[in-house]
Design a protein around this ligand. Structure first.
Ligand SMILES: C[S@@+](CC[C@H](N)C(=O)[O-])C[C@H]1O[C@@H](n2cnc3c(N)ncnc32)[C@H](O)[C@@H]1O
Length: 234
C-alpha cells in the first residue's frame, strides 16, 4: 500500500474533514494535550496539511506526502520524509507529535524505533491513533474484540478507488510497543465518537447521537475508538 500516493490523492479534500463533528471532537482533545506536553524543539511526524503546526513555535513538520505538505499554511519549516526513516540526528528533539492515525498507516514498529532514536532522554511523544474500537460496533461483540488476532485488527476500505488498510491498536498492544521501545506511559485518554457511517460525515450529530456521545464517556477508557497517549522516553 503506497500511502504517499494515497495521501497525495486525498490531499485535495483532506482539510474538509476539519469541519466534520467527529474530527472536531478529536481535535478538542488533541490540542490541549499538545499545548500541555510539547515543549522545546518539536517534530510533527506525519504532519499532513499542518493542523498542529501553528500551536507551537519551535516545530518542524514532516510527512511522506508532498501533496499534503503543499497545503501547509504555517510558517514553520516542513520536510518530506518517512516516519520509518527520520532524517535527523539521534537525541535532537525534545518532543514529538504523531497525530491522527499516522501510526495506523505506517510501519509502526520502525516509526516507534525512530522516535526513540531522535528524542532526547526524558523527551515526550504525543500520539493519537484509531483503536480496535473503530471496527464496526455491529460486526464485533465486546468479547470478540478482546480476542482479536492481528489479522482481524486490519480495517480495509476504499478511498477514491484506492485500497486502504488501517492497523487498529488495542491499548495494551500500543503501550507494550512503546515500553519495549524505551518509553513509559505518562497519560492515556480516549474518545468515543460514533462509528461508521458517521465517521467523517459532514452533517451535525443528531440530539440522540450527542446524548450517546456523552454517555459513552463514562465507559472504561479502553473502549474509546480513538486513543490519545503521552509517552516519556526513559
Ligand atoms: C490522517 S493524516 C494526519 C495528518 C496530521 N497529523 C493531522 O493531524 O491532520 C495521516 C498522515 O500520515 C502521513 N503518513 C502516512 N505514512 C507516513 C509515513 N510512513 N511517514 C510519514 N508520514 C506518513 C500521511 O501522508 C498523512 O498526511
Amino acid at each position: 500500500m503506497n500511502f504517499r500516493r494515497i495521501y497525495n490523492r486525498l490531499s485535495r479534500t483532506y482539510d474538509m474533514r476539519h469541519t466534520s463533528p467527529t474530527t472536531l471532537e478529536i481535535r478538542k482533545k488533541e490540542v490541549p494535550l499538545v499545548r500541555r506536553f510539547a515543549s522545546g524543539r518539536v517534530l510533527d511526524v506525519g504532519c499532513g496539511t499542518g493542523f498542529h503546526l501553528p500551536l507551537l513555535k519551535n516545530i518542524t513538520g514532516m510527512d511522506i506526502s508532498e501533496g499534503m505538505l503543499r497545503l501547509v499554511k504555517s510558517e514553520n519549516p516542513v520536510l518530506q520524509a518517512s516516519a520509518e526513516r527520520i532524517p535527523f540526528r539521534d537525541r535532537s528533539f525534545d518532543s514529538i507529535l504523531c497525530m491522527f492515525s499516522v501510526l495506523n498507516v505506517c510501519n509502526y514498529k520502525k516509526a516507534i524505533k525512530e522516535m526513540q532514536r531522535i528524542l532526547k532522554p526524558r523527551g515526550i511523544a504525543i500520539v493519537s491513533v484509531a483503536s480496535i474500537w473503530d471496527l464496526d460496533y455491529d460486526s464485533l461483540t465486546e468479547k470478540k474484540k478482546i480476542k482479536l488476532t492481528n489479522e482481524m485488527k486490519k480495517k480495509r476500505f476504499q478511498v477514491s478507488g484506492e485500497d486502504v488498510e488501517l492497523y487498529l491498536f488495542s491499548k495494551e498492544e500500543l503501550v507494550d510497543l512503546f515500553e519495549e521501545g524505551g518509553f513509559s506511559l505518562k497519560l492515556f485518554d480516549s474518545l468515543f465518537i460514533l462509528q461508521k457511517p458517521r465517521w467523517g460525515d459532514l452533517t451535525r450529530f443528531s440530539v440522540r447521537e450527542k446524548i450517546r456521545l456523552r454517555v459513552e464517556r463514562f465507559y472504561p477508557k479502553e473502549y474509546g475508538c480513538i486513543y490519545l497517549m503521552v509517552f516519556r522516553k526513559l
